[in-house]
Design a protein around this ligand. Structure first.
Ligand code: AMP
Ligand code: MG
Length: 438
């Protein structure tokens, strides 16, 4: 995929223009990495900013750099409960007895001068009294009384236990960068700067529906040969975790007029559309036909398991455009294609920066795993520590792409790379933990 230029340099407008730059593009045998790169080339961030209250900003994407308006901390202060003193009076070879002339509390400074031979009792967070540059923790001193105390030789050195003004952040320096997905720590950091209104990207609107005449919604009778639609619930969960505004459009019957209306409504009301089902080879329905008719859509067979068939592109209706992810119908394939092909694209649309894939951990495979080179396999795994304290993964029983229960039992995904063959017991494999995936 080295012949694709980075999206930021010269973003191509259409799927056809992206793939026409690829010498080795084969929609019927597309490696995962190539599919990811093509999607990344086409996707553009939405760039619409709103200001919201700090607490509501959790999980949202920061839309502007935040520059610190103040020094944090705003004054030199004590990191310990103890005594503030002039470090220059310390002698590493001799004890030092000092007279206590007052107390400095957090939020209530000691205003007086501290002379030679003197110290001030000080609490954690209290402003350092004039001239003092060192704090001796209270548990290090000897013979403490209200009047004075003695510091044993070498117990502390100049500058110890003092936090400097601006040590965490200097006024005028960047505190948080645009594109960051705001975490609990970020909320605290923004609060520490006194910032209560945060510029964030507006939420991404994602419409989704399921296609397939065999699908029934909860509450309907399960006729012979039918299944309950579970994909809309996994999609709801995954999109909500990602911070999207979701528009659940239900099950859409395999009828050209109904399908066209659904695609048009979704396109006119959302930034992205996710469908499941109807993209397989030889699928006897109108989903693919409608996707192609309404826009610039590629139909791929991706070198992956589960999740081989997928449609991706952009469709248009009445002057509005939306990106389309046509995921396969199998319940596990939906989740895998969402996490490994759609998730990063949606994050990029949301304006999130550095949306690298979640970290891969290398762990020991407890048993042999069957694997064919030439496709990336995503197997459901259970990661645990063995008796020697080493992380070990075993794959869940059935890896069928319709077995949602195994997805629910698993705590990680074992990612077996494209070129890899059979895994032997004891070999190292990559895993992605579900916790923290989104
Ligand atoms: P498809 O990709 O449409 O050929 O579907 C593959 C398999 O997934 C079939 O067994 C479908 O019944 C099943 N399937 C498709 N959509 C859903 C859905 N929304 N919920 C549960 N199973 C589905
Ligand atoms: Mg189907």
């Amino acid at each position: 995929m080295s012949n694709v230029s980075p999206a930021d340099q010269n973003p191509p407008r259409t799927l056809s223009s992206v793939v026409s730059c690829l010498s080795d593009y084969d929609p019927d045998a597309l490696p995962v990495a190539d599919a990811q790169a093509i999607i990344r080339q086409l996707i553009q961030p939405i760039n619409a900013v709103e200001k919201i209250a700090l607490r509501s900003a959790l999980g949202r994407v920061l839309a502007l750099d935040i520059v610190s308006p103040i020094n944090v901390p705003s004054h030199d202060n004590s990191a310990m409960d103890g005594y503030a003193l002039h470090g220059s009076e310390l002698n590493p070879k001799a004890d030092l007895s000092l007279k206590i002339i007052g107390t400095a509390y957090a939020g209530r400074a000691y205003d007086g001068k501290v002379g030679s031979g003197e110290c001030v009792r000080i609490m954690t967070g209290a402003v350092m009294p004039g001239g003092c540059d060192t704090v001796i923790p209270q548990e290090f001193v000897r013979d403490a009384s209200d009047a004075g105390m003695t510091i044993p030789a070498g117990a502390v050195k100049l500058g110890d236990n003092r936090r400097l003004q601006g040590e965490d952040l200097k006024a005028g320096t960047p505190a948080l960068q645009k594109g960051k997905i705001l975490s609990p720590a970020d909320l605290g950091l923004l609060a520490s700067l006194g910032i209560g209104e945060i510029p964030v990207q507006r939420r991404l609107r994602v419409a989704f529906f399921s296609t397939g005449d065999e699908l029934r919604s909860i509450g309907e009778t399960l006729d012979e040969g039918c299944v309950y639609d579970s994909n809309r619930y996994t999609l709801y969960g995954m999109l909500t975790r990602l911070g999207c505004d979701v528009v659940d459009m239900g099950v859409i019957k395999d009828d050209p007029d109904v399908l066209e209306a659904a695609f048009r409504t979704a396109c006119e009301n959302a930034d992205a559309i996710i469908t499941s089902g109807g993209v397989s080879v030889g699928e006897a329905d109108y989903t693919k036909q409608m996707m192609a008719q309404l826009g610039d859509v590629g139909f791929w067979k991706i070198g992956m398991r589960p999740g081989r068939p997928m449609a991706f592109g952009k469709i248009a209706s009445n002057g509005k455009e939306a990106y389309l992810f046509g995921l396969p119908g199998n319940p596990v394939a939906v989740m895998v294609t969402f996490y490994f092909l759609a998730r990063q694209a949606l994050l990029h649309m949301m304006g999130a920066s550095a949306v690298a894939a979640p970290p891969l951990l290398r762990v020991v495979s407890q048993a042999a795993i069957r694997k064919r080179p030439g496709r990336t396999e995503y197997q459901r795994g259970i990661l645990s520590r063995n008796s020697e304290g080493i992380q070990e993964v075993r794959i869940t029983g059935s890896q069928g792409s319709g077995v949602l229960r195994s997805m629910s039992e698993a705590n990680c995904m074992v990612v077996l790379e494209h070129d890899r063959a059979e895994v032997k017991a004891g070999e190292l494999v990559d895993v992605i933990l579900f916790d923290g995936l989104i």
